[in-house]
Design a protein around this ligand. Structure first.
Ligand code: ATP
Length: 352
């Protein structure tokens, strides 16, 4: 099922939680709604599910306009952060409950529930109550229950945030597997860029209710449209060096000249942010871009992370472990072509 949002808007009094959002989420994909706290992810999901009425715009499931349909008429399965399982029911009863409401015959209910339990790997626990399960097992039950009505769309709101770090990684792989097996269009809300990047086919990046970019995680990482997108994705975070255009050249804060070909059309005095991924810093280059001082180095196994100082800015670079550079040394660094961007310091708009 394809989900199409057209000029979707939600206002709470003076707050515009979602602002004129237009995107198409393709059928059978896993799509992450990503962004910092308060950017409108949950509000968007709740409008897709029908829990929240829209203030403006439309929602289509394929060609069907569902904008004003109640949740139960939309053909969706929902999984919440706290799972919201029925505590007094067994796992089997929890999974069967939505089918009971749909008046599916008992035999068929149990057959489907057992099939789903198999798929999400909870068959041994069908007779237990939710309180007798671990967080990860409860999450699997919540997913099985959401899928039991055979929805066209699965909506998950921060489904992994109550799990510890190790289980979170395991469960995100599980969600990916289950989603692929079920072949269901899935929208997944998260504020964690690593989580979004690791499982989503497409990432929808929001800020203050406004769509910033919609792409694959790799596309967002390698080709961010603005400074916010460049900064939001990547570990360690992208290095940012502020500077100004002087005599057609970039001079970084601290008076450090940067040997960098600037794009046409930059005005004299224009304030710029040079953003560089850690892996795009070349510690040994025939054409260095600017000089730095080595502050510290840390081993990451195969590579090392070096902390460098360039004027008032600190940056991190990934260097081969065998490279001999000591704290205190001067280091003129080069830049790769990939992972190096120029943004307008005021607007965040990308120039290069
Ligand atoms: P988080 O990751 O913290 O859950 P989010 O990206 O999901 O954040 P939303 O919960 O969608 O963000 O909230 C978006 C904006 O709308 C926020 O400024 C929030 O304060 C506001 N908001 C959300 N729900 C309501 C409400 N019921 N009444 C008033 N304002 C609301």
């Amino acid at each position: 099922m394809q989900i199409k949002l057209e000029h979707l808007t939600k206002r709470f009094g003076d707050t515009v939680a979602v602002n004129d959002l237009s995107i198409t989420l393709e059928s059978g994909r896993l799509i992450a709604l990503l962004g910092p706290s308060g950017c409108g992810k949950t509000t968007t999901l709740n409008m897709i599910s029908g829990i929240l009425p829209v203030s403006g715009g439309s929602i289509f499931f394929d060609d069907r306009d569902v904008t004003n349909l109640p949740p139960e008429k939309r053909g969706i399965g929902l999984v919440f952060q706290n799972y919201a399982l029925y505590p007094h029911m067994t796992v089997l009863q929890n999974i069967c409950f939505p089918m009971e409401i749909q008046r599916i015959p008992k035999k068929e209910r149990i057959r489907r529930a057992e099939e789903l339990a198999e798929m999400v790997h909870i068959t041994p626990y069908l007779k237990r109550k939710p309180a007798e399960l671990s967080g990860g097992q409860q999450q699997r039950v919540a997913i099985a229950r959401a899928l039991s009505k055979r929805p066209d769309v699965l909506l998950l709101d921060e489904p992994l945030s109550n799990l510890d770090a190790k289980l979170r990684v395991e469960m995100r792989e599980e969600i990916r597997r289950i989603q692929r097996e079920a072949g269901i269009t899935t929208v997944f809300v998260t504020h964690d860029q690593e989580e979004a990047s690791s499982i989503a086919d497409r990432v929808v990046l929001l800020r203050d209710g406004v769509l910033q970019q919609e792409d694959t995680a790799r596309g967002l990482y390698e080709n961010p449209v603005n400074l916010f997108a460049a900064d939001f994705l990547g570990t360690p975070p992208i290095n940012q060096l502020h500077g100004v255009v002087q005599n057609g050249r970039l001079v970084l804060d601290g008076g450090i000249p940067a040997a960098l070909a600037l794009p046409d059309g930059l005005a004299e005095g224009q304030e710029i942010v040079l953003a560089v991924r850690a892996e795009s810093i070349l510690p040994q280059s025939d054409t260095p871009a600017f000089r730095t001082t080595v502050l510290e180095r840390y081993s990451l196994g195969k590579d090392e992370l070096v902390r460098l100082q360039a004027g008032p800015a600190e940056l991190r670079g990934l260097v081969p472990a065998e490279l001999e550079i000591l704290p205190g040394a001067e280091l003129a660094v080069g830049l790769k072509k990939r992972g190096v961007f120029l943004f307008d310091a005021k607007t965040g708009v990308r120039y290069l």
